[in-house]
Design a protein around this ligand. Structure first.
Ligand code: SME
Length: 323
């Protein structure tokens, strides 16, 4: 039977096994078993993204290394580059991790959910050049059958003065996967920009961030946030004045509080003055009109209270925790 036909049947079988099952490990285990059995590969299995590394399991085949760093080996590279890697000869892949000396060729398919790599599917063969674009296409389809995996994606809301510049700056930081601007922690329903502008609604111009916590830590994001504000200035950033331009860190996960407090304490020491940054759980958030989203991308010469040098800094910034 040709490879395509084998994959077609295998896909249908895996689909029916996965259907209705919400436990990702259980489906991974059966998926690895079925792929392995169907083709008689040497090693077939998963590494899951756990914190800042890949952790082994479930798999079929001989024992394998249990932890792989970001950007390391074929698996860590597929994770970093967000793409399937077909390796015809493992000896030719710089940094290949040889869990077994029998392995000659390899394919690694990232498991991507909501734009974030949550795991990789890794297959090893004892022959050279076992894998090609057909394997890549079908294994990607098979990996897409997995139920939701624990996601390393987290969120935080940061008020840093005018949200046009703040969004542009924060979205440049590696690991930030999504941004939107809006109004946080105010007292009215569905506030418009005009209403917030009166300074009577209690809302702060705020950037809602989602970030991949396996790439960037909350600590690093908050430290970067501090580089873009004057934390000693009450209700004023640059030329923008009013409670709507106050600085604030609004969290949705109470576990974030301790990290935020630690960074706040370190910053307070630097300034030797009381900080005016509000730290509160997020009470409410309303996205602003489309006109305000990615405003400076749409209007490169638009008003911005932040200096250009900050954007260069954000582009180059890498969370040292991962280095
Ligand atoms: N060769 C892999 C390591 C995992 S084993 O193949 C099971 C790599 O270079 O990432």
């Amino acid at each position: 039977m040709v490879k395509e036909e084998k994959y077609r049947q295998l896909y249908t079988q895996i689909k029916s096994v996965a259907e209705g099952e919400s436990d990702s490990i259980a489906v991974m285990a059966n998926m690895a078993a079925m792929v392995h059995e169907c083709f008689g590969f040497w090693w077939t299995g998963f590494y899951r993204v756990v914190d800042k590394e890949l952790v082994l399991g479930p798999f079929q085949g001989p024992l394998a290394c249990m932890h792989i760093g970001y950007g390391r080996g074929v698996c860590g590279t597929a994770w970093k580059e967000h793409r399937t890697l077909v390796v015809p000869d493992v000896e030719q892949f710089p940094g290949h991790i040889a869990c077994s000396s029998e392995s000659r060729s390899e394919i690694v398919v990232p498991v991507v959910q909501n734009d974030v790599v949550c795991a990789v599917l890794d297959i090893d063969s004892r022959e050279l050049s076992t894998f090609d674009a057909v394997d890549a296409e079908w294994l990607e389809k098979i990996a897409a059958l997995l139920p939701a995996l624990p996601s390393p994606e987290r969120e935080i809301y940061l008020a840093a003065g005018c949200f046009w510049g703040a969004e542009k700056y924060l979205k440049l930081i590696e690991g930030v996967t999504f941004t939107e601007v809006g109004f946080a922690n105010g007292n009215t329903d569905n506030p418009t920009y005009k209403e917030v502008y009166t300074d009577q609604t209690g809302y702060a111009e705020t950037v809602h961030l989602r970030y991949n916590s396996s790439v960037v830590s909350l600590r690093f994001l908050i430290e970067m946030y501090f580089k873009a504000i004057d934390p000693t200035s009450l209700n004023k950033q640059g030329e923008d004045e009013g409670t709507r331009y106050r600085t604030g860190i609004y969290y949705v996960d109470s576990a974030d509080r301790a990290i935020i407090d630690e960074v706040m304490a370190a910053e307070a020491k630097k300034y030797g003055l009381p900080l005016q940054v509000e730290v509160e759980p997020l009470r409410n958030f309303y996205p602003a009109d489309e006109y305000h989203q990615d405003y400076l991308d749409k209007n490169p010469n638009g008003y911005c209270h932040l200096p250009v040098a900050l954007f260069e800094l954000a582009k180059k910034a890498k969370d040292i925790v991962r280095q």
